[in-house]
Write a protein that binds this ligand. Structure first.
Ligand code: SF4
Ligand code: SF4
Length: 326
């Protein structure tokens, strides 16, 4: 069974792609068969970090459905416009009803409200592409790009993971660079993965968002490890993060110092460890990558030692409209 490592953060811009690319390169240098997956279909950027500028394969992805008014049958009663929760139905200058394919979420409410059978149809549309390229570091990258205005990003990430799993061998390692936040894309990248690496910065917002991402990993009974980026900018919060990690059985894989050469490597479209291998940040990153290589050698033992001790399913707060006091 291939090992799946999901790099997540709960907050954007904390260095997730820098850490993901380092882990993928370190594993590849150690002789592991690696497949990197950019699991941020809204704003993919791992290909930029890895210097990929052309794709070997592009697979159109469809699945989303949007509604369309059939002009010949529509009587112009306006019921669809009244019920659409996304305000996607418009009346054109000539009085025809039209549904914006960008605003429509395909919920089918208009079709239920329409009194004329067949006047509204739902049609499948292309919602994005899954791309595959071999990086100059020897391993393959799977990346997705969602078309503007299309929903179903979580579904697209699931399709990417399924493709990576089909490409992987028994001993491969799949490294997923998750999206920011804790939304459907992150849920899709964590589901079925074995290890989460949570990247954070020592700011109150970074720490709070890391804890939110940790809640999700506990929901999936996944062991999580921590990387603290720019740890030296706020020693107080760094020490709070380390205490939190200790109390929750999370290994701190490493601390990366602030280094102004990191943004310069992004401009160069190179992983930081390749662009500035002698920088302090690159040394810390390689320490993290090498630690993941060690863990990957016997990941089941590490998993057993660090897994959550009890199931902590996330319980969403459901607000019933009837209970909301006006
Ligand atoms: S399918 Fe839903 S979102 Fe699309 S037009 Fe109909 S009611 Fe609006
Ligand atoms: S509800 Fe049906 S008939 Fe009425 S305006 Fe919309 S598409 Fe036309």
């Amino acid at each position: 069974m291939p090992l799946e490592i999901a790099v997540a953060s709960g907050k954007g811009g904390v260095g997730k792609s820098t850490v993901s690319s380092t882990i993928a390169i370190a594993l590849s240098r150690a002789g592991r068969d690696v497949i990197a997956v950019d699991a941020d279909a809204d704003a993919p950027n791992l290909h930029l970090v890895l210097g990929v500028d052309r794709w070997d394969r592009e697979i159109p992805h469809s699945g989303a459905r949007v509604a369309r008014v059939v002009d010949d049958l529509c009587t112009g009663c306006g019921a669809c416009a009244q019920v659409c929760p996304y305000d996607a139905v418009r009346v054109l200058g000539d009085g025809r009803y039209w549904i914006s394919p960008v605003l429509c979420e395909g919920c089918a409410t208009c079709g239920l409200a329409c009194p004329v059978k067949g006047a509204i149809v739902r049609e499948e549309v292309t919602e994005g592409r899954i791309r595959v390229a071999r990086t100059r570091y020897g391993f393959q990258l799977v990346s997705a790009a969602l078309d503007p205005g299309r929903p179903n990003t979580g579904k697209l990430v699931t399709e990417e993971k399924d493709l990576a799993r089909r490409m992987a061998g028994e001993d491969s390692v799949i490294v997923l660079d998750s999206a920011a936040g804790i939304g459907c894309q992150v849920v899709s990248s964590l589901a079925g993965s074995h290890i989460a690496v949570l990247v954070t910065e020592p700011t109150p917002a970074g720490f709070a968002n890391m804890r939110r991402a940790h809640t999700l990993t506990k929901h999936f009974m996944m062991p999580a490890a921590v990387v603290i980026n720019k740890f030296d900018l706020n020693p107080g919060v760094t020490s709070e993060i380390e205490s939190y990690a200790r109390e929750n059985g999370m290994e701190v894989l490493g601390r990366i110092p602030y280094d102004d050469s990191v943004p310069r490597s992004m401009v160069m479209m190179m992983p930081h460890i390749e662009a500035f291998p002698d920088s302090e940040a690159a040394k810390a990153l390689m320490g993290i990558g090498n630690r993941v290589v060690e863990i990957a050698r016997d990941w089941k033992g590490w998993w057993f030692e660090h897994r959550p001790r009890k199931i902590e399913p996330y319980k969403p707060v459901i607000i019933s409209p009837r209970r909301v006091k006006r």
